[in-house]
Design a binder for this molecule. Structure first.
Ligand code: PGD
Length: 782
């Protein structure tokens, strides 16, 4: 048994096993403080994001005690446009629990679970038990359920369209080709959106190892060739010596269609494969050749849109047909308007090459988007907290939250269904930051003014916490005990508590246990277990499943003392598509035809103008070819950041070191910078009709001309907090992005692109206040 926490803290120095979404580690603790973070020794390529942890733990941006917005206390629950601009009143836990329990009772009595939005999108933290959304959902299910969200902001378009094209997501996408197979067999790796190492550092639930860089090295050393199709040169590491096809953002579909055109017109496509394993190629072929609308999708046609020379497209198509080729499409390509098209088209192209199911050939999706793609899943998944049953059937695709709050009762399309936005009175957020993940923040603020009550648990004064009515301080993972693990990782981590909770912070579990008690559902929520009893229970349940799989794991106490437990049982048998190739009838796909659907009669039957029955070029509203580009001539790429996970630990040292004069860096091409008199290190204003923000210029040849790149995750910091349209002085790109679903099919997030203009900010520079706690007023009676 490991020494209990109080003894640990008294020891001069302790090394405490722990984990995060970006890697397993040991926290070195001295005098009750984390003094250093040491990566898990077996990790070949630890993430630099570990550098954000130590100084975040005791940062002034931590929430130290429960708070209630003054206006909510004064006027009671009601819509309010003052959210985000008002003072907070510090209250005791007793008062906070009492007020919140009464409010939950009121809403459930009046509206039932259909009046509560508990989707609470967000990555929260690693840890199987304290996973914030699971805790919230379990709690709300004890009260009568909640309106939920479906799919993700990450791969919302892909996760809806792909089941209609190849069937089950997990089997055919996450496991399409193992890294180890790719490293040995792929001759040509065509990477739409690249494989940015920064993204492979992150896996939901954590990863004890980061192997992507080594696999890429090995593939290159064996002679694999890489083609990078991206507006950003560094979307593939330099050591793979990729050929860079510098593309106009949003035009990958046009290039893929032209690759298809070349294959067809030169007879290089595999007709036998298409006939045996696919349906609907003829419909697609007619479209590509221009038989439908008189517009053949030739390389010359695509060159005009993409600015990739026609000769390069033609030559690439020929090489793809001649070599063992893997086509990878990153999630970024589907996080745009009409995002369904690129992943669908990648499958169609791979089918035309006839290599699906051959080692190292075919398609992949998201190799550069998340760390677990291409890694073998464990046969036995990690421990999971049961969430109970949700009796409410209402849901929204996650990215439609502002539409829902602004338009209750209105109907909308989603994946062949006509749904209605529910009428939400109370929003409960736990483990996510919509001011990071949602688009068009001015509109989001108007939407968040609508509910009667907004509750947030977070460890930090994120912009979402500032917009809440009731704010409850949550512990960080190092302040509690948990189990770390993910479905694609062989290491289970005893995430032991390293330090005391900051201020009055409590775990989400502790908060919900108290609330459940106050609402008369305590035993149902806790099942009579405290934190350690739950960990023991979840672990032993998992150990039973391991034993059923003929494996072995030690009893809980031994595991807990050990810290890191390496488990056998990775399912390396990544041959699902090989089986389909060998016996397509026996291993039919879970699509209506049992085959790859290049044309989907189901999707066609929905009659959506923005997502027809086969992959199609649909002009985006905001791209460099649009008329709007005359006023806003630069294409913004708002991608995931390099120096933190989303907006998490933006206060940390690694994230802070990247800022320019305190602002989020924006990268722009030297020609665009020179035309505007901008130099590296200058602060610039980035703007369009939806909003504006300040950012710090980095002038570089790594972005193509007329493109600027500003990553997400700088905490939203409005110059005038009372004005939803106010400029963000820190550099959050979601003040500029547009809030529209990818299409009627998936209604996914399309936040990756927007048209903008950039100008030098002449100063004076407004201060960054994002990390300062909001103003408070004390009320002794509370
Ligand atoms: P995070 O910053 O990870 O962003 O959006 P997401 O909301 O997941 O937010 C997690 C929050 O949970 C943080 O505030 C953290 O402090 C809090 N938290 C962590 N642990 C705990 C805990 O134990 N308890 C509680 N109560 N809180 C906790 C991510 C989303 O953004 C995603 S996945 C993607 S891929 C999207 N990408 C883009 C994009 O490419 N471009 C744009 N423009 N926008 C995007 N938004 C999306």
């Amino acid at each position: 048994m490991a020494p209990p926490f109080d003894i640990l803290t008294r020891m001069a120095r302790a090394f405490v096993p722990h984990s995060s979404h970006w890697g397993a580690f040991e926290a070195e603790v001295s005098d009750g403080t984390v003094v250093a973070i040491h990566p898990y020794p077996h990790d070949p390529d630890p993430s630099p994001l570990l550098g954000n942890i130590a100084d975040s733990l005791r940062h002034r941006a931590r929430i130290t005690q429960p708070m209630i917005r003054a206006g909510w206390l004064d006027h009671g629950p009601r819509p309010s446009s003052s959210r985000g601009a008002e003072r907070f009143v510090p209250v005791s836990w007793v008062t906070a629990i009492d007020r919140l329990a009464r409010e939950l009772r009121r809403v459930y009595d009046e509206r039932g679970g259909a009046g509560v939005y508990g989707g609470s999108y967000g990555w929260s933290s690693a840890g199987r038990f304290h996973h914030a959304q699971s805790q919230l959902h379990r709690f709300l299910n004890c009260l009568g359920g909640y309106v939920r969200g479906e799919h993700t902001y990450s791969n919302g378009a892909q996760s809806v369209v792909m089941p209609r094209v190849v069937g089950s997501m997990r089997e055919f996408l996450d496991r399409a080709t193992a890294w180890s197979v790719l490293e040995r067999h792929t001759e040509l790796f065509v990477c739409f959106g690249g494989i940015p190492i920064k993204n492979t550092m992150v896996s939901p639930g954590g990863a004890s190892r980061h192997p992507a860089r080594d696999h890429l090295h090995a593939a290159r050393a064996r002679g694999a060739e890489f083609v990078l199709v991206s507006p950003l040169r560094d979307d593939l590491p330099g050591f793979v010596s990729a050929e860079w096809l510098s593309i106009v953002p949003g035009t990958d579909v046009a290039v893929m269609l032209a690759l298809a055109h070349t294959l067809i017109s030169e007879g290089r496509h595999d007709r036998a494969f298409l006939a045996r394993y696919c349906v609907g190629f003829e419909r697609f072929e007619a479209y590509v050749l221009g038989a439908v609308d008189g517009c053949p999708r030739t390389p010359e046609w695509a060159a005009q849109l993409s600015e990739i020379p026609a000769a390069s497209i033609r030559s690439l198509a020929r090489r793809m047909a001649a070599k063992r080729t893997l086509i990878n499409v990153n999630y970024s390509l589907q996080r745009v308007e009409h995002g369904e098209q690129a992943p669908w088209l990648a499958v169609a192209l791979a089918a035309m090459l006839g290599q699906i199911g051959l080692p190292g050939g075919g398609f992949g999706q998201g190799y550069g988007s998340l760390g677990y793609i291409g890694r073998a899943p464990m046969r036995v998944g990690p421990p999971t907290l049961p969430q109970g049953r949700n009796p409410v059937s209402d849901f929204i695709p996650f990215a439609r939250i502002a539409d829902m709050l602004l338009n209750p009762g209105e109907s909308f399309d989603f994946d062949g269904q006509r749904l209605t936005f529910p009428d939400i009175r109370l929003v409960y957020w736990c483990g996510g930051n919509p001011f990071h993940h949602h688009q068009d923040l001015a509109r989001l603020r108007q939407a968040l003014a609508r509910p009667e009550t907004l509750v947030v648990h977070d460890s930090f004064w994120t912009p979402m916490a500032r917009h809440a009515d009731i704010v409850l301080p949550a512990t960080m993972t190092l302040e509690r005990n948990d189990l770390g693990g993910s479905p694609n990782d062989s290491c289970l981590v005893a995430m032991r508590q390293a330090v005391e909770p900051w201020g009055q912070a409590r775990s989400d579990f502790a908060i919900f246990s108290e609330l459940a008690g106050a609402l008369g559902v305590g035993p149902r929520f806790t099942e009579g277990r405290d934190e350690m009893a739950w960990l023991r229970h979840l672990y032993e349940e998992w150990r039973g499943r391991i034993a059923d799989d003929a494996g072995a794991a030690p009893a809980f106490d031994e595991f807990w003392a050990k810290g890191f437990l390496e488990v056998a049982g990775a399912d390396d048998d990544l041959v699902l598509l090989e089986r389909f190739r060998a016996e397509p009838d026996r291993f039919a796909l879970s699509t209506p035809s049992g085959k790859i659907e290049i044309f989907s009669a189901t999707i066609d039957g929905f009659g959506y103008d923005d997502c027809p029955g086969h992959p199609t070029w649909l002009e985006p509203t905001e791209w460099l070819g649009a008329s709007l580009a005359q006023r806003f001539p630069l294409q913004l790429i708002a991608n995931n950041p390099t120096t933190r996970l989303h907006s998490q630990l933006d206060v940390g040292a690694f994230s802070q070191a990247s800022k320019v004069q305190g602002r989020e860096p924006i990268r722009l091409h030297p020609a665009d910078a020179a035309a505007r008199g901008i130099r590296s290190g200058d602060v610039v204003r980035v703007f369009n009709d939806r909003g504006s923000c300040l950012a710090g210029a980095v002038v570089t040849h790594s972005v193509r001309p007329r493109v600027v790149q500003l990553s997400t995750g700088a905490w939203y910091d409005p110059l005038d907090p009372a004005d939803p349209h106010s400029m963000c002085v820190h550099g959050n790109p979601n003040v500029l992005t547009f809030d529209r679903g990818t299409s009627k099919l998936a209604q996914g997030c399309s936040g990756q692109h927007a048209l903008v203009e950039v100008e030098r900010w002449p100063g004076p520079l407004p201060p960054i206040r994002a990390y300062e706690p909001p103003a408070t007023e004390s009320r002794p009676e509370l």
